[in-house]
Design a protein around this ligand. Structure first.
Ligand SMILES: Nc1ncnc2c1ncn2[C@@H]1O[C@H](COP(=O)(O)OP(=O)(O)OP(=O)(O)O)[C@@H](O)[C@H]1O
Ligand SMILES: [Mg+2]
Length: 313
């Protein structure tokens, strides 16, 4: 089977998976076109890994289907069209890094050159090291090399930069960009809005097994990238605070005020305005709305809240 440009890279249709009474993935529909770089963003337990495992054919959906390049997962994986980088599992023992990558390359019909992959993933200098003697960040690089050497059209990465330091993260994504530039499709799971924003064309937001938002990073940032300003300010009218341009909500408890704004830029403007209007304001504190909070807000009217309250989710 060959990758067919007429087919989308990934089509998930009514996909569901439960573990006992935990509904990890709840009837999701998702289509990812060839060449898209998509971030699957969500808090712990959102269902990202469960979805990724089903895309990779590592676990079977309870209901619904996964179609990759118009074919079944199994056919696409066998044809070497899919490369996966998992959140768990360790590389086989007794092999060094080069041997591992070489072995994986031998399993696929059109692998990349092993040296090229070692260079690209920054694993050349650990090529002779045993795969069980690597640091967390090095292990991630090797996992990436394993996914890459198959030369797949679709890369599926579960939190690829977990355990990698900030500099390493940047390197990783630069490599990824290079790799993706020749038309590969990439889907990666992450907890970090910043990472999704910087490296994806599209963000699919998951919470509690559902897709709660799907769109370009700017749109998603507007939904979950909010900031909260706290300050001490005596005798102020909340309605007055709410009218400051850029403020999306305001609240007052005693002398403590809480103001929400849509993003960092809006927040800067609001802060300046606050200081001008209320020179007596003090004890400023600004923080991002945590993803968890943002998700809770986005899913506040979820009809399954009752289940949540009953501890079923
Ligand atoms: N093998 C399993 N057995 C039982 N429950 C599971 C299993 N795998 C996942 N779950 C549950 O399914 C839900 C979704 O888990 P999943 O691993 O898909 O989340 P995630 O979005 O990848 O989270 P994280 O960000 O922590 O990796 C969670 O409530 C989790 O506890
Ligand atoms: Mg996970």
């Amino acid at each position: 089977m060959s990758a067919d440009v007429r087919h989308d890279a990934i089509v998930l249709s009514h996909l569901s998976k439960s573990f006992g009474n935990v509904q990890a993935v709840r009837s999701i529909d998702l289509t990812i076109a060839r060449g898209e770089i998509v971030a699957l963003l969500g808090p712990n337990g959102a269902g990202k890994t469960t979805t990724i495992d089903m895309i990779l054919g590592l676990s079977r959906p309870d209901t619904g289907t996964v179609t990759l390049f118009g074919a079944s997962t199994r056919d696409a994986v066998q044809a070497g069209e899919v490369g996966g980088m998992l959140q768990t599992g360790s590389p086989p023992q007794y092999l060094n890094v080069r041997e591992l990558i070489t072995m994986v390359a031998s399993l696929y019909p059109r692998p990349l050159d092993v040296d090229k992959v070692l260079k690209l993933t920054g694993t050349m200098d650990i090529a002779k090291r045993s795969t069980v003697k690597l640091s967390g960040g090095q292990t991630q690089r090797v996992r990436f090399a394993v996914a890459l050497v198959a030369n797949p059209d679709l890369l599926v990465l579960d939190e690829p930069t977990a355990a990698i330091d900030v500099e390493g993260r940047r390197d990783f994504w630069n490599i990824m960009r290079e790799v993706a530039a020749d038309g590969k499709t990439v889907i990666f799971a992450t907890h970090y809005l910043e990472e999704a924003d910087s490296y994806a064309d599209r963000i699919v937001l998951m919470a509690r097994g559902r897709i709660v938002a799907d769109g370009p990073p700017t749109e998603i940032k507007a939904k979950v990238g909010g900031r909260v300003i706290r300050a001490t300010l005596e005798n102020v009218d909340v309605a007055e605070l709410s009218q400051i341009p850029g403020v999306t909500a305001a609240d007052r408890r005693g002398e403590g005020i809480t103001i929400k704004c849509a993003d960092g830029d809006a927040c800067d403007k609001v802060l300046r305005e606050l200081l001008t209007r209320y020179p007596g304001a003090r004890d400023f504190e600004v923080r991002g709305v945590g993803l968890e909070d943002a998700f809770l807000e986005l899913t506040a009217n979820d009809e399954d809240d009752e289940d949540l309250e009953q501890g079923l989710l």
